[in-house]
Design a protein around this ligand. Structure first.
Ligand code: HEC
Length: 159
């Protein structure tokens, strides 16, 4: 009897720890690192998209080598394997400082498809960027659409 009681107390204590971990948004070092890294990846993606956008608008002079480098880096970033960045247990609402929707983990294939779309749009941009300014401008929309579609489905509201 006393053994049973001891066990159930232990289970109760674990349950309380689990609840308080959720309530204060406790995050492990591994989770924190993954969240930081995926935000950094988005920063890299965003930087190159911004550079291409600035060339498209004529704010930065068109130069085939620079535009190609930006498009190649964007394509490389979009080719990263998301599984080690969007790790389990790091959804918005479970841990702090992230806007990654829980749907990422319930629709992993759908999330991956959006990365595929960005990869495809960036590869087309590599071609376009090396051709001329008009081609680069015509390829901007595909990239913007890929960002927007994934954010709409898988990025939550501002914290
Ligand atoms: C496959 C899905 C997907 C695609 C494609 C995508 N994003 Fe994101 N992005 C996300 C998610 C999810 C987050 C939220 C990450 C978090 O808070 O943990 C995010 C966050 C961001 C952030 C905020 C980063 C931070 O420091 O908090 C920026 C900026 C961003 N994305 C820019 C872009 C741009 C620009 C593109 C297109 C060129 C793009 N993203 C394409 C899913 C995507």
């Amino acid at each position: 009897m006393s053994r049973f009681f001891g066990l159930s107390l232990t289970a109760g204590a674990f349950a309380m720890i689990a609840v308080s971990a959720l309530a204060d948004g406790h995050v492990t070092k591994a989770q924190e690192d993954a969240i930081k890294a995926r935000k950094a990846l988005m920063g890299v993606v965003s930087y190159h998209t911004g550079l291409l956008g600035s060339i498209a608008k004529g704010e930065t002079p068109y130069d085939a080598a620079t535009a190609t480098a930006a498009a190649e880096n964007l394509a490389a970033a979009a080719s990263m394997n998301p599984s080690v960045l969007w790790i389990e247990g790091t959804a918005q609402g479970t841990v702090a400082d992230t806007r990654a929707k829980a749907e990422i983990w319930t629709d992993w294939a759908g999330f991956g498809k959006h990365f595929g779309d960005l990869q495809e749009a960036s590869s087309m941009m590599v071609e376009a960027a090396g051709t001329d300014l008009a081609s680069l401008q015509a390829s901007m929309k595909g990239i913007g659409d890929a960002c927007g579609a994934c954010h709409k489905a898988f990025r939550g509201p501002q914290n």
